[in-house]
Design a protein around this ligand. Structure first.
Ligand SMILES: Nc1nc2c(ncn2[C@@H]2O[C@H](COP(=O)(O)OP(=O)(O)OP(=O)(O)O)[C@@H](O)[C@H]2O)c(=O)[nH]1
Length: 943
């Protein structure tokens, strides 16, 4: 009961929000003696009196109880002073102040982001907040007398979390509970802490929900509200100081937890190594604007997290470093280690180098046909050693004798060297200098016309030449020089190679002459795509030369150009009209229809090819034709490909050289110089080079001579080597083959092109059984040496438009060497073909010559059986082989012994006559037997 009427001092003190001492003092003033003990009892009357006196204080408490913030203060107040709730008001201010300064410092960051995080915290906290810590916060209210009071109210919110475990744990709590907050609100804690001090913004954020609660507080003390907000912010700061004061473990824990959530991003941030990265995502905003403190914090965290992260990173780096070091060591590079190491490495390196050098030095790089003397020098031995080595190998060589590849290899091997054959002198000297882009100017395209026989190649060339060439020539005599310069209407130049036929084209290419830029494939519109057309296409494709199809003879009534295009399409060659990439033009070489357009298309193609050449250098070109002209000496038609050829230039073509004495164009007009893509006839070479040989101008005659001599020597020695003297091997081989036969041919002609064409065609006649060998070919008269060579090698000589000299003729008669003259290539080819067929092993077929019927049989002693017979059909000769057939079955096969008419031996008996026949080694002849006579006739083998 007394409890109902009385209240304990502690109770009333709590209720009124004043200290017991204050109450005791107040009571004393009124004359009531009360012991300052919380359990002292006070009557209700006294209570009422006290309530009146401390009304304002009680109100404060009530208001404070609405604020959740107050809770947070608790820890503070608790930590430092384990407050007795009564004293709370006093101590509170102290901590607040302490805290405030901190917030002030961090102020910089506005902490806008926190807003989202804080909310959840406040939500959860809100319900509990008021109960417990609200009171403690009250103390804070006291601290910040004016507005501070309201601030604490909101604080209670966070407090609830702590209170659960806090008080007892406080020391640890700081570590654990702290993380608790950071985990979710992690971002909040820091933010509010920083921003708070000065800013009012943060408050609203966390307080969003609280705002309503705050309002009432504001009604009473508006300023308090603001303060209370600050108080909140300070809370954050409170944590900071706690962190600092308490080692770094506090923050570490929190940072750890953050890491748990954001490990990866963190690592990423850390890698760049920026010091302020410490803070995870939540810290970011602060990082930018934060001052020293945040920086510190960042460092703390960053410093710790990195430690952990680094544990992984360093290992990776270490591994890499290790690898680098190992590699460096392997490569003998310096970073590895001390002097000893590097010295050792160097030594190893040196050893390796010498080894390599040794290996390299064991390879002798030489050109073929170096002299014994030169080889000795290269091997670093005396020439006598070389000669004696050769003698021991069964070779007799002189000092200056040039050695072939085989000999060089054997000799070098004796001295422990391997041989690597390098390019010959001329190859090295004939190196092309690359041109600067600015030196290049456009040049005319060089065109070759190809196609099937009679499809109109010559007609097309003639038409172009006649209409385009001679037109502006004004009575000049057009010469056949194998190439022409043509000018189109627009004044563009095109060079045509007058070497119709893909074989010449390919023969030139085979010798390395890449002369043709564009190929015109002529196809007769009244015919179809023929084998040679296909070959021409193939040749152009293989050479990588763009093609233009000229569909010719469209003037003919039966011309069907579309059919040709269709056939081309079937070959996967779509013409432009059909949506393909190949240009084609319907033309008539007879009427000239479409030829201008064809030339335009050639120019178009040339434009695409961007043909350029440098005219300002020594001329480079290719031989198109070469011949011996009685009055003028050796004449060569050359296509200048680059540079400019001038009178007096020292030129080298194949193994011949000389100064340019004179130059002519295809009209026979004298020229002083010829630029790129110009065909010219030149006089002055010491011999006739082969079609396709390269032509190059040298600065000095000596240079050209050296190369010419070297080539000549190589040529000679090669031809000597290729002339196989019969060897045991060769005999054995021929014996094994049995029917092996070889036809050796020497070809001489007036023009190199013809000689080449003939030689190529003849070589193709080779078969398994008969091999055609062209043992020599050349331009010019048939000489004594040709005959001697033929005699030595059992060859025949073919002269194409050339005749033998009188001495050669005599010698040929003496030596019984056959010389055949031709003026048509096909005749030559056909005759040789026949000859080859004649040499083939004959094939025989059985031919029944006649049938004889036996009418009587006479047995004559010493002679045997003689059959009196009658020739029913055909005939029978004594040389015939016979078969005796009885009842349809051959009973004997043999030969005739005697064939007689009456008593006379005869060679042959024809049908309708009677005769007497005896058969060798066969007497069993009966009447009515049939004797079949037959013979084996040779049949030409044709393949
Ligand atoms: N109607 C007509 N006939 C032509 C045309 N072009 C060529 N001919 C004739 O076709 C025949 C063969 O022409 P060539 O120019 O000799 O043919 P080719 O392809 O050079 O023949 P080869 O030199 O043997 O390979 C000749 O009788 C020409 O008159 C043309 O456009 N229209």
């Amino acid at each position: 009961m007394s409890d109902e009427k009385m209240m304990r001092l502690g109770q009333i003190a709590r209720k009124l929000n004043v200290g017991t001492a204050t109450i005791v003092e107040s009571m004393a003033k009124r004359g009531f003696e009360v012991e300052n003990n919380p359990n002292s009892k006070i009557t209700m009357e006294q209570v009422a009196m006290l309530e009146k006196e401390f009304k304002s204080s009680a109100l404060d408490k009530e208001e404070a109880s609405h604020l959740s913030i107050g809770k947070r203060h608790e820890p503070i107040s608790l930590e430092p002073e384990t407050p007795k709730q009564e004293k709370a008001p006093e101590p509170a201010p102290a901590p607040v102040h302490k805290e405030e300064p901190k917030p002030a410092a961090p102020t910089p960051s506005p902490a806008p982001k926190p807003t989202p995080a804080p909310e959840p915290a406040s939500e959860k906290i809100a319900p509990e907040a008021p109960k417990l810590e609200g009171i403690k916060i009250l103390g804070k209210i006291d601290l910040a007398p004016k507005p501070a009071a309201p601030a604490p109210a909101p604080k209670p919110a966070p407090a609830p979390q702590q209170p659960a475990a806090p008080k007892s744990d406080k020391p640890q709590a700081t570590a654990k509970p702290a993380p608790a907050q950071p985990q979710r609100p992690a971002p909040q804690a820091p933010k509010p802490a920083q921003p708070q001090g000065p800013v009012a913004k943060p408050t609203p954020a966390p307080g969003a929900p609280q705002a309503d609660k705050d309002e009432p507080a504001q009604e009473q003390v508006i300023a308090a509200k603001a303060d209370s907000l600050k108080g909140l912010t300070v809370l954050g700061k409170i944590e900071l100081p706690v962190d600092r004061t308490k080692k770094k473990s506090g923050p570490v824990a929190s940072s750890d937890e953050r890491n748990r959530d954001k490990k990866r991003p963190r690592k990423r941030i850390d890698k760049p190594g920026s010091p302020n990265q410490g803070g995870p995502g939540g810290n970011r905003p602060g990082q930018d604007q934060r001052g020293g403190r945040p920086g510190q914090r960042g460092n703390q965290k960053g410093g710790q997290n990195p430690q952990r992260v680094q544990k992984a990173e360093p290992t990776a780096k270490e591994i890499q470093d290790q690898i680098k070091q190992t590699l460096a060591r392997l490569q003998g590079s310096k970073p590895g280690g001390g002097k000893t190491k590097s010295r050792r490495d160097k030594r190893a390196e040196r050893d390796r180098d010498t080894e390599l050098e040794g290996e390299e030095s064991k390879v002798l790089k030489v050109t073929e046909f170096i002299s014994a003397n030169d080889l000795a020098a290269l091997l670093d031995v005396s020439v006598n050693q070389i000669i004696s080595t050769c003698m021991s190998l069964g070779m007799f060589v002189s000092i200056n004798q040039r050695l072939d590849a085989e000999a060089i290899t054997i000799i070098a091997d004796e001295f422990g060297y391997d041989v690597e054959f390098t390019k010959s002198i001329e190859d090295e000297l004939v190196e092309e200098s690359s041109d600067e882009e600015e030196d290049l100017i456009e040049r005319a395209p060089i065109v070759t016309i190809m196609g099937h026989v009679d499809h109109g190649k010559t007609s097309l060339l003639d038409y172009i030449r006649m209409s385009k060439v001679t037109a502006d020539e004004a009575g000049g005599i057009t010469q056949h020089i194998g190439a022409y310069d043509v000018k189109t209407k627009d004044g563009h130049k095109i060079a045509f190679l007058d070497t119709p036929g893909h074989e010449a084209f390919t023969a030139m290419r085979a010798r390395g002459a890449k002369l043709t830029d564009i190929a015109i494939i002529v196809i007769a519109a009244d015919d179809s795509i023929m084998p040679q057309t296909k070959e021409a296409i193939n040749h152009a494709q293989v050479a990588g030369v763009p093609m233009i199809f000229a569909i010719n003879k469209v003037d003919k009534p039966n011309a069907r150009p579309e059919k040709i295009k269709e056939e081309l399409a079937n070959m996967n060659l779509l013409v432009e009209e059909w949506g393909g990439k190949y240009q084609s033009q319907d033309i008539s070489a007879k009427t000239g229809q479409g030829i201008d357009e064809l030339l335009e298309k050639v120019l178009l193609e040339a434009e695409i090819l961007e043909l350029k050449a440098n005219p300002d250098k020594n001329a480079v070109g290719s031989v198109i034709e070469a011949s011996l002209d009685k009055g003028r000496g050796y004449v060569a038609t050359i296509m200048v490909q680059a540079g400019t050829l001038r009178i007096g230039d020292v030129m080298l073509g194949g193994q011949h050289y000389g100064r340019v004495k004179a130059m002519f164009d295809h009209k026979g007009k004298k020229l002083k110089e010829a630029g790129p893509s110009t065909p010219v006839q030149v006089l002055g070479l010491s011999g006739a080079p082969q079609a396709g040989d390269s032509i190059k101008v040298y600065d000095t005659e000596r240079e050209a001579r050296e190369i010419a001599n070297s080539r000549e020597q190589i040529q000679r020695e090669q031809s000597l080597r290729t002339k196989k003297h019969i060897t045991l091997d060769e005999i054995g081989r021929r014996l094994a083959i049995g029917s092996f036969k070889e036809l050796n041919i020497i070809i001489k002609g007036d023009v190199d092109g013809s000689v080449e064409a003939l030689s190529d065609s003849l070589l193709k006649l080779s078969k398994d059984e008969v091999k055609v060998s062209i043992i020599h070919k050349g331009v010019g008269q048939i000489s004594e040496s040709d005959v001697l060579l033929a005699s030595a090698s059992d060859a025949i000589i073919l002269g194409f438009q050339v005749r033998p000299s009188s001495n050669a003729k005599k010698l040929a008669e003496q030596e019984e060497i056959e010389i055949r003259h031709y003026s048509i290539i096909y005749d030559a080819i056909n005759q040789i073909k026949d000859a080859i067929e004649g040499m083939l092993e004959p094939e025989f077929e059985e031919v029944i010559t006649g049938n004889i019927i036996v009418r009587e049989v006479f047995k004559i002693t010493k002679v045997g059986t003689v059959a009196g017979s009658y020739v029913m059909d055909g005939y029978i000769t004594r040389k015939n082989k016979i078969r005796v057939i009885r009842g349809g079955i051959v009973i004997h096969e043999g030969e005739i012994d005697q064939l007689k008419r009456f008593k006379d031996d005869v060679a042959e008996v024809k049908a309708g006559y009677e005769c007497g026949i005896s058969i060798k080694n066969f007497n069993n002849i009966e009447i009515d037997d049939t004797i079949e006579g037959y013979e084996m006739r040779e049949v030409k083998k044709k393949k």
